[in-house]
Write a protein that binds this ligand. Structure first.
Ligand code: SF4
Ligand code: F3S
Ligand code: FES
Length: 235
């Protein structure tokens, strides 16, 4: 079958304004959008720029707007997105070139929530490990699946309006550590999340949950953070 790609193009070194370019190529229904982008770059236009690494839904580097929805290009199949495909960079972040956006602010927000395990207490008497029950591990299992692709944060209208809003991706990282029974920085993180750029900016729009390629129940997890802030209960 023939597939038509309409791709957002912008090269700040030569373009005053962005534009779209259209490419037609042969494909099969199990091709992924990433395969098509690679074909365009390899055989039709080597100047096309986009990010990718693992090509298997693990690294999170190729989140794009595909026919208006935030998707990983390496997981979006032609049979699901159709034969006329518009591909654009993620919304809400500055375009560096073509489909590549500047993730600096996104990762600044990520760093704000103390995105690592904190425990300064001595190890247990046996000196081996900090024990955790299966139920305690289950409490934050959902949010360990985040691959930091940014599809959630860049689909959030609250983030589009307030770049300082930490955004759902940073909040999912906070959730992953706050509900880890072995971690000791939950109170500090909840304090950070209670600032005006924290969970209060979430108005339960649900775009983030619909955009997440890992099917993390983001809106629910943000609700759990809000509840923990009110009650102080982390169970
Ligand atoms: Fe991507 Fe989902 Fe993580 Fe958001 S929560 S960054 S959409 S994997
Ligand atoms: Fe935004 Fe998701 Fe909340 S889309 S407003 S973070 S529910
Ligand atoms: Fe790694 Fe798609 S290239 S998630």
């Amino acid at each position: 079958m023939n597939v038509t790609l309409k791709i957002f193009r912008f090269n700040p070194e030569v373009d005053k304004k962005w534009h779209y370019e259209t490419y037609t190529l042969e494909a099969v229904e199990t091709d992924r959008v990433l395969d098509l982008l690679e074909k365009v770059k390899g055989y039709q236009d080597g100047t096309l720029s986009f990010r990718r690494s693992c090509a298997h839904g693990v690294c999170g580097s190729d989140a794009l707007r595909i026919n208006g929805r935030n998707l990983l290009a390496c997981k979006a199949l032609v049979r699901d997105v159709g034969t006329t495909i518009t591909i654009e960079p993620l919304l809400g972040l500055k375009v560096v070139k073509d489909l590549i956006v500047d993730m600096t602010k996104f990762f600044e927000n990520y760093r704000e929530v103390i995105p690592y395990f904190v425990n300064n207490s001595p190890l247990p008497a046996d000196g081996k490990e900090r024990l955790q029950s299966p139920a305690q591990r289950e409490r934050f299992d959902e949010t360990t699946k985040c691959i930091l692709c940014g599809a959630c944060t860049t689909s959030c209208p609250s983030y589009w309006g307030h770049e300082s809003y930490l955004g759902p991706a940073a909040l999912m990282t906070a959730h992953r550590f706050i509900f880890d029974s072995r971690d000791e920085a939950a109170a500090e993180r909840l304090e950070i999340l209670s600032e005006t750029n924290g969970v209060a900016r979430c108005h339960t729009v649900f775009n983030c949950t619909m955009a997440c390629p890992r099917e993390i129940q983001i809106t629910q997890a943000i609700g759990e953070l809000k509840m923990a802030m009110i009650t102080g209960n982390l169970d």
